[in-house]
Every structure is written in C-alpha cells, then in structure tokens.
Design a protein around this ligand. Sequence first.
Ligand SMILES: *Cc1c(COP(=O)(O)O)cnc(C)c1O
Length: 471
Amino acid sequence: MDEKRKALLKTLPKIDEVILLLEKKDIYSLAPRELVKETCRMAVQKLREKIVNVKKKGTAEFFADAAGVAREVENIIKGFYRYNLRRVVNATGVILHTNLGRAPLCPEALQRINEIGRGYSNLEFDLDKGERGQRYDHVNRLLCALTGAENALIVNNNAAAVLLVINTLAEGKEAIVSRGELIEIGGEFRIPEIMKKSAARLREVGTTNRTRLSDYEKAINKETGLILKVHTSNYRIVGFTEEADIESLVALGKKRRIPVMDDLGSGCVIALEDYGLEHEPTIREVLSAGVDVVTFSGDKLLGGPQAGIIIGKKEILEKIKKNPLNRALRIDKFTLAALEATVIHYLNPSEALKKLRPLKTLTEPVSEVKKRARKLLKKLQKENLEFIELSLRDGFSTAGGGSLPTQKIPTVLISIKNKKMSASRMEEKLRKLDVPVIVRVDKNEILIDLRTVSEDEFAFIVEGLRSIISD
Ligand SMILES: *Cc1c(COP(=O)(O)O)cnc(C)c1O
C-alpha cells in the first residue's frame, strides 16, 4: 500500500467521535442507539474500503473527518423516513402493469379500507346470530349473484387459487391439461410447477397447436382427478390450431364424473366486444357452460385488489374451503373491504366502466385520449423548456396483466426529444423523481402514453420534466 493511502487511513475518524457529533444533533430522536452505532460503523468501513480500493492513488478526495461521516450517517438515517413504496405515474400505456401494481383502486374501495382498517369490524362475526362467522361471506352473495355461481371463496391471489383447487381435487391423482395451455405467467408461475406443488400429476395431452376432445378422452383413467382448462391469457397460438371447447369438456367431465376447472386468469365480467375490443371469456359465460370451478384474479380486468377468486359448484367449494391449505392462503380485511366495494360497481355495468379505472382506461374512445394529450401538450409547451422538442403521435397501448394479449388499443402519445440529453438519460431521471414518471423509450425520444395517464397526474409530468431539465 502506498504512503498516501496509509496516511489517509490514519485520518479515519473513531466511531465514538462521530457519535458524539451526532448526539449534539439530537440523533436519538430519529433512530435508536444500536442503529446509529451500526450505521456509523458501516459508514467508516465504507470509507476505509474506498481508500484501499481507489484506482488512481491518492487523487480522490475523502471526507475522512468525523463531521463528514456524521453528515453521511444523518443522511442515511433520514433516508429511512422516506417511503420506499411510492405512487408513480404510469405513462407506459400498459393498463394492467404487474410491476406498477396492476389495477388502481376505485375511490369507494379506498374509503372502505380506511373505514374498516381504522377500527374493529365484523370480519369473522355473524351479526345476525351473534356468533362466529366466515370472512368470505361478506362478498360471496354478491359474487354469486353477479356471476351465477353457487358458491365462492377468496384467497391471496389467483396463483394461490389455482394451487388450492388443484390440490383439493387432484392431490395424488392426475390432472389433464392440453399442451397448448402449459402457460407461464411470469414471476415463476408455471402450470407444471404449480401442479407439482399441488401434489397432482400433470397429464399432458395433445400438441402445442392442436388438442382435441378425444385426446382428453383417451387420457382419462381411474387415476384422473381433474380436467383443467387454462386461459392462455398472455399469448395466442394462431394458424393451424384446434382446441376442445369448454362445453364439450364439461360434457366429458359429466359423463366420466370428473370435475372440470377453468383458470380464467382475468376476471372479465363485462362483454368487451361491445366496446370494440376482442372477446374475452366472461365469468358468467364460462360458468353457464357448466364448468365446476373457475379461478381468476381480483386485480386484473376486475379492477380490484390483489386476490384470487374461486367460484363454482357448492359441493366442490365446500371441499376447497375445508382444505387446510386454505387457511395459509387466506386474505386480509383490507382486501375484502376493497373487493366488496369494487364488485358492487358491477351491479350497474355502465357505472363500473366509469368507476373502475382499468375498465375505463381500456374502453375509453381514442378521441378522449387525444383531447387529454392535447391538453398536456399545451401545458408542456407553455413551460418553454430549453432544448425540448414536443410532438403528438398515434400509437398503441396494451392491456397487460395477462389480458387481451393480441389486442392493439389505439392511443395518442406525446413524444419528447431533448437536444442536450439522451432519451435513456431522460427516462432514468424521470424514474428517479419523488413521484416517478415511468415512460417508454423509443430510440432518441421518450413517449408518454396518455391512455394510462389521468388529468390529475399532469402536474407530476410537467413539474418532473421541468426539474430534470433545469438541474
Ligand atoms: C394472471 C394469471 C394467473 C396468476 O394470477 P395472480 O393473480 O397473478 O396470482 C394464473 N393463471 C392465469 C391464466 C393468469 O392469467
């Protein structure tokens, strides 16, 4: 080690020295003693490593004095007070963006979370009988009325719902699935793996592009516990294809006394083709085909909180409810409160389209999106930002969240070019704002998709852009 480094190491402050300085700043009102001490130790250690590892010897400047380290420690501790989970502006045009929290909740759901969360509730208390009740009962009646199901159960998410149903109906048995439906949703959710964890044996039938009813028929034996249909929610197989329709699978299941399950993924309640979108199977449609049990997410097209909803025949639901796994996958009172408020909107479908943001965003006419784009463009132009070039452009949004994978949804984009800063640098700076603005990057421009941006988020974009350009 060179002399300069050795000399620098000797200037490293003692931990006690740093702590003394911090005590004068009343640091213990911000954090407990152990945390302050540990943070000091880490800050000094980081400095030591910096001195030892620095490439150009002796040229870097180090704040190796106690005051410098104290400032650093104070900043780290103050940083703990900043919320890490934050709201962001989703300008990507991906409507159900899993990484950005999928469905934004409706105001009624938020209000209910507040009301139920702040005090006690009848979560598991039957107010009529004055005895223990079931947490699921609160939303069950409504879910059944809206979908035509006999009974319902809600768990943590749809992955949990699929796991629980397969485990209940096919533990130690075979579950038949088409090779065209062995999906991966992302985040490790793969049908063959879920099957393994459910202790069921996967019985693949057919081929990737073609599976016939007779393939299912031939696969049935005394070990068969379940026929499973999985909605290929994030891809489509097109071209020379064939699949067994749900009605014939139901007929087959009835004949051979084997339950039929449909993992729908997206909880679509409303006929989307009425709004110029592709047909997405609705829950009622699948149930009326006679399927025994259907699973779907609460936070995809349904527009509610994260949840896995299981609906179907009474006796099957009773069996599922008694599975000890159910207790490990149960949902909390906030989810129930938000889900109930979300589902109520479906009593009046045209209201649901206005109140539930994913549905509203998905079905909004492009002319409305354009109006909003013009408004934001005007605001941005008013800022007279130096080196910035703004323009409007047509494009496409996507549904995301494993819904409508081939649907191109027309939208309007604002393109922002910066003569002094690359698009990827702009993207990064916008992403690091206090209220991050998440945008698309296309070569030398960033794109703001107005379909997923609401008017009350304009200020974050305008101020955000101003601040990243002026600093
Ligand atoms: C999204 C999806 C899942 C997983 O649902 P989560 O709510 O994300 O757990 C399972 N199956 C299908 C078909 C899906 O689309």
